[in-house]
Design a protein around this ligand. Structure first.
Ligand code: ADP
Length: 615
C-alpha cells in the first residue's frame, strides 16, 4: 500500500503536536467529540431539509470504548461519515476551517500561540497516541475506508468492509516512560489515564457536557447535554466562555467582554454575545458576513442571522437560542418573524448598554475596542440618514485638542464654555497636522476645546448627526464660528476699509475661490482657506477620492489676516504696482492650497511665481 505524505504545514503542526505543545493533553478528547458532534449535526441538518430521510433521535450518538490491554481508545459516531476523498482532504491537511488563517500566520508565529488559536482538532490526538486509525463510511455510500497513520511519516488509506454510516477514531495510547513522565506538563496525568473510564468520564463532563447528542461509555450516557447558554451563569467561569468563543471559531482574539442573556419575558431566549478586541481582516470587505448563530430549541437553524444584529454592531459575535421560534421557518419568513424582531431589539439594547458600561468601567479596554470598531460605530451614526444616532452617539470617541486624549461628546459638552454654542471640530490627516492648521489659531489661543477628526468617515458622521445634546457641530473652517458671543466682540472690524483690496484679489483669482475676505480666526498666519455652505474642503477631498463619482467642489473662501505684515505688503502693491499685486494674490492663494493639503492647479506656475519674488 502506498504511503502518502502529509502536506507541509500539516507536517509541521503534527510535529509540534507530537512534542506536546498543548499544556493540557486531555483536550484531544474534546476535539474528537466536537468533530463527532459536527458530523452528526450535518446528518441532522440533511434530515431536516430532505423529506425522504427519516430521523430517529436514538440513532444518533457518540460512543467511547476502551480496550485497556491493547491500549486502544475509540470514539465512534453515527454522523455523516467521510468518503475516501474526504478523508484525504480533511485528514491529510490542516482543517479546512482553519487552514487559510493558519497558512497566513504560520510564517509569522511560532509554536505555542499558534496551537491555541486554531481548531487544529483531529491532530491533537497525536499528543497522546502514537498511532491513529479512522474507519469511516459516508452517508449515501456502502463502502468504508480505513485511514491509518503513525505520525509524521504519513498515512495510508484502504477500503474495508462496510461498517454502517459514521466514523470511528481509534487511538493507540502512548506508553508512559520516564521521559514522557518528565515531558508531561499536565499535572500528574499519565497517558495510562486515558484508558481509565473514570478519567474519561471526568474529561467529557469537563469539556463536552453540553454536546447535544448522548456520549456513551459502557452503555451509560455520561453528558447532561445541557448547552452552556442554558446553564446557570453561576456555574460558568470566564474560561468556559472564552473556550466557547474559540470552539465556535468566533475569532482568534480575546474578546473584551461577553454577555450572557437568559431572558424569560414575552419572548424566551438565551444568548451569549461577545465583543471582540480585534478587527477581522475582512471586516471592511464584502466578504464579511455579520450575524449571530440562531438556534431554535437547541438546534442550529442559521449560522449568520443578520436580522439579529444591526450593521453598526455587526462586529458582535455569538449565538441566540429561543424555544419560541419554529424549527422549520424559512429564511425569508424569519426576517419578518415577530418574535425574532423582539429578540433583535433586546439584543441591540444589550450590546449598547454593555458597551456603555465598558466605556464607563474600563476606559482602557474600551479604547482598545474602539480602535478596532470605532469605524463601524461612526458609519452607524451616518448610515440611513442618522437613524441610529441614539444607539451610537454616546459610544463615539474623538481626540480632544485641550485634553490630548480621546473624549466622548458628553465629556466635551460638559466642559463647554459659557456662551459656547457649538462643538468645534477640525479635520485633517493627523493630529499633528491639524494642530498646525492656521484655521484653529483663534480658538486655540483662547483655550477652546476642539475635537480633531482624522478618519474619513468622521466629518460625515457629525454632519449627519448635526448636534449632540442640542449643541451643533461646527467645523473650525466654516464661515461663522460664533466667536463674537464666545470671545466678546472683536476689536475693530476693518473690513470696510479694505473692500477694494479683497475685490481685486477675487478678480485675480477668478472662479478658483468663491470669495475672499478678512479673517477673524487667524493670528500668526497670513492666510487660510475655509468654506461656505454644507460641503467642507475635507469632505470634498474624501468624496473626490471615491472612484467613479462626479467630482464635487466646496465653496472655498480665501481668508487673509489683515493684521499681518503680508497684508500690508499686499495693500502697498494694490496701491502702486498691479503686476506685483496679482503675483501676491496668486501666491497667497497657492500657499493656502498647500496648507490645506490640496493640489496646486499648476505647480510650475507656482514655482515661477516664487522665483519672481526672489529676483
Ligand atoms: P476542524 O474540526 O477544525 O475542521 P479537524 O482537523 O478536527 O478540524 O477536522 C478536519 C475535518 O475532518 C473536519 O472539518 C471534518 O470535515 C472531518 N472530520 C473530522 N472528524 C470527523 C468525523 N468524526 N466525522 C466526519 N468528518 C470528520
Amino acid at each position: 500500500m502506498e504511503k502518502k505524505q502529509f502536506q507541509a504545514e500539516s507536517k509541521r503542526l503534527l510535529e509540534m503536536m507530537i512534542h506536546s505543545i498543548y499544556t493540557k493533553h486531555e483536550i484531544f478528547l474534546r476535539e474528537l467529540i466536537s468533530n463527532a458532534s459536527d458530523a452528526i449535526d450535518k446528518l441532522y441538518y440533511k434530515a431536516l431539509t430532505d423529506e425522504s430521510m427519516t430521523f430517529h433521535a436514538d440513532d444518533y450518538f457518540i460512543e467511547i470504548s476502551i480496550d485497556e490491554p491493547n491500549r486502544l481508545l475509540t470514539i465512534r459516531d453515527t454522523g455523516i461519515g467521510m468518503t475516501k476523498q474526504e478523508m484525504e482532504d480533511n485528514l491529510g491537511v490542516i482543517a479546512q476551517s482553519g487552514s487559510l488563517a493558519f497558512k497566513k500566520q504560520v510564517a509569522q508565529q511560532e509554536g505555542h500561540a499558534l496551537i491555541g488559536q486554531f481548531g487544529v482538532g483531529f491532530y491533537s490526538a497525536f499528543m497522546v497516541a502514537d498511532e491513529i486509525t479512522v474507519v469511516s463510511q459516508a452517508y449515501g455510500t456502502d463502502v468504508a475506508h480505513r485511514w491509518h497513520s503513525t505520525g509524521a511519516d504519513g498515512y495510508t488509506i484502504e477500503p474495508v468492509d462496510a461498517v454502517g454510516v459514521g466514523t470511528s477514531v481509534t487511538l493507540k495510547i502512548r506508553l508512559d516512560t520516564y521521559e514522557t513522565a518528565v515531558e508531561q506538563k499536565d499535572e500528574s496525568l499519565a497517558y495510562e489515564d486515558y484508558l481509565h473510564a473514570g478519567r474519561i468520564k471526568h474529561i467529557v463532563r469537563k469539556y463536552s457536557d453540553f454536546i447535544r447528542y448522548p456520549i456513551k461509555l459502557d452503555g451509560e450516557t455520561i453528558n447532561t447535554m445541557v448547552p452552556i447558554w442554558r446553564k446557570n451563569k453561576s456555574e460558568l467561569t470566564d474560561d468556559t466562555y472564552m473556550q466557547f468563543y474559540k470552539d465556535k471559531h468566533y475569532g482568534h482574539d480575546v474578546p473584551v467582554r461577553y454577555v450572557h442573556v437568559q431572558a424569560d419575558g414575552a419572548v424566551r431566549y438565551q444568548a451569549i454575545l461577545y465583543i471582540p478586541s480585534e478587527t477581522p481582516f475582512n471586516y471592511f470587505t464584502k466578504d464579511f458576513e455579520r450575524g449571530l448563530e440562531l438556534y431554535a430549541s437547541g438546534v442550529l437553524i442559521m449560522e449568520k442571522c443578520a436580522t439579529l444584529l444591526p450593521e453598526h454592531f455587526g462586529f458582535v459575535k455569538g449565538m441566540v437560542d429561543s424555544e419560541d421560534l419554529s424549527l422549520n421557518i424559512s429564511r425569508e419568513m424569519l426576517q419578518h418573524d415577530r418574535q425574532l424582531l423582539v429578540i433583535a431589539r433586546n439584543i441591540k439594547n444589550k450590546i449598547k448598554s454593555n458597551l456603555e458600561s465598558l466605556l464607563k468601567d474600563d476606559r482602557e479596554k474600551y479604547e482598545q475596542f474602539f480602535k478596532a470598531f470605532g469605524r463601524p460605530l461612526k458609519f452607524g451614526a451616518y448610515n440611513e440618514f442618522g437613524a441610529h444616532k441614539a444607539d451610537v452617539q454616546d459610544l463615539l470617541l474623538f481626540y480632544s485638542s485641550t485634553e490630548s486624549k480621546l473624549v466622548t461628546l458628553a465629556e466635551y459638552v460638559e466642559r463647554m464654555r459659557e456662551g459656547q454654542k457649538y462643538i468645534y471640530y477640525a479635520t485633517g490627516s493627523s493630529h499633528d497636522r491639524i494642530a498646525k492648521m492656521p484655521q484653529i489659531e483663534a480658538l486655540r489661543e483662547k483655550g477652546i476645546e476642539m475635537v480633531y477628526l482624522t478618519d474619513d468617515v468622521d466629518e460625515f458622521a457629525l454632519k449627519m448627526m448635526r448636534s449632540y445634546a442640542d449643541k451643533e457641530f461646527r467645523s473650525i473652517s466654516s464661515g461663522d464660528l460664533g466667536l463674537d458671543e464666545l470671545l466678546g466682540a472683536q476689536q475693530d472690524t476693518p473690513e470696510q476699509q479694505h473692500d477694494d483690496v479683497f475685490d481685486a484679489v477675487k478678480k485675480v483669482l477668478g472662479d478658483a475661490v468663491h470669495s475672499v475676505r478678512p479673517s477673524q480666526r487667524l493670528r500668526a498666519h497670513p492666510v487660510c482657506l475655509t468654506s461656505e455652505g454644507e460641503l467642507t474642503i475635507e469632505m470634498e477631498k474624501v468624496l473626490n477620492n471615491v472612484p467613479n463619482r462626479a467630482p464635487v467642489e466646496a465653496k472655498k473662501v480665501l481668508e487673509v489676516n489683515v493684521q499681518h505684515d503680508v497684508f500690508r505688503a499686499l495693500k502697498q502693491a494694490f496701491d502702486a504696482d498691479e503686476a506685483k499685486f496679482a503675483l501676491y494674490a496668486r501666491l497667497l492663494y497657492q500657499q493656502a492650497l498647500l496648507i490645506e493639503g490640496l493640489p496646486l492647479e499648476d505647480p510650475v506656475a507656482f514655482s515661477n511665481d516664487v522665483c519672481l519674488v526672489m529676483t
